[in-house]
Design a protein around this ligand. Sequence first.
Ligand code: SAH
Ligand code: F3S
Length: 441
Amino acid sequence: MPRIYIETYGCQMNVSDSELMLGVLRREGYVRTDDPAQADVVLVNTCAVRDHAEQKVLSRVGELKRLKRPGGVLGVAGCMAQRLGPRLLERVPQIDLVVGPDGYRGLPELIARARAGERTADVMFKHWEHYEDVPPVRGDAVSAFVTVQRGCDYRCTFCIVPMTRGAERSRKLADVVREVTDLARGGTTEVTLLGQTVNSYDDGTHDFADLLRAVGGIPGVRRLRFTSPYPTDFTERAVAAMAETPALCEHVHLPVQSGSSRVLKRMLRRYDRERYLDVVAALRRAVPGIALTTDIIVGFPGETEHDFQETLSLVEVVGFDDAYTFKYSRREATPATRLKDPVPDAVAGERLERLVAAVRGIARRRNVALVGSTHEVLVEGRAKRGELLQGRTRTNKVALLAGPDAWIGGYRDVRFTGTTGSTFTAVPLGHVLGGELAVVG
Ligand code: SAH
Ligand code: F3S
């Protein structure tokens, strides 16, 4: 049987797409290997959102090409593949095939052509493509990503995604429900719905509110998440559905990008600072105890120290539980490349440091206040280091606890006993601790 090795960079949607690619190839008889040196086909699923991500992939491809077996195939998939297309083939002669996010159905053919000595780049957009008939090969049975929307119709001026993933389209609600029902029957209890602006989901008949209620109501779905919503695409119906769907977890990742209305306008985000804060307030009213995380870019063209102060103040006002922070990265052919007043790299770097410190400080304050509180965690597996198990709360906090492997994949009630500022240590409720019974909450 031919062996496939696949390495994934970037966002959750890429993780989900890699599962689809494995699904396409399993139908062709491929089995998965964890060792690229043993693989007949090596695929790298890539991200193009920042230059740094692309550089990382290029250096990794440089390593992988040396492991290529005689007759082996090396392919590059995903957003960087879509962005560079044939240019990638020119740049790295050992790459045999390049395939964008809408081309995965054609992988068997592309591989066959590569074997025949033909190097191809398939970067055609297919607006109908949802891979509806492809059963994804998922790694983890307990928690699953389910793509409900592909592409993006927004034009945030910094962002390459509309150019790499094409136009927005939503899967039919019935198809999503069927997939999740099958997952739940197989033992999956946590589902994360994926889309670039997932709350603008619209299948022609049903909106995001319908989707949340439908998926949240599937027997066996104990935790429902979604990522990433666009801040101003939450309708009142969607907020009500969030409040009334018990499975819906108390966490939303709500990318803000900047705290300055002036910068938001230049980014072509469809809200200003006040509107964003209104959305935060509405979500907090609807879902008590909701944790909020965000994405922030510093050093966007024209960002002044005053604008940056607005970002720092927004972080403080909202009190995010966590934030992914990025230095603006200029992406070829995006509208922001035409904006004046680039921010010098040293200035952007220094702002990033200050922002990271602010985010960490606020997260620490929030997290210290949670020590002593009780939570349900889904035990995901062994923590990377040490003997402890890693669990995750509904609010997306990570907690480490001692326990047997038998707990992996199950839910436990725990009490937080300490925090590093970002993650927690915890003890299961009702467990004997040094001869004393921890209080059962
Ligand atoms: N709508 C998508 C966004 C994908 S990009 C989603 O929310 O899933 C993910 C994040 O990368 C963005 O929110 C933004 O903060 C960051 N990003 C995108 N383009 C960038 C660029 N050119 N430079 C720096 N950061 C960028
Ligand atoms: Fe990018 Fe904005 Fe869409 S960040 S993915 S263009 S919503």
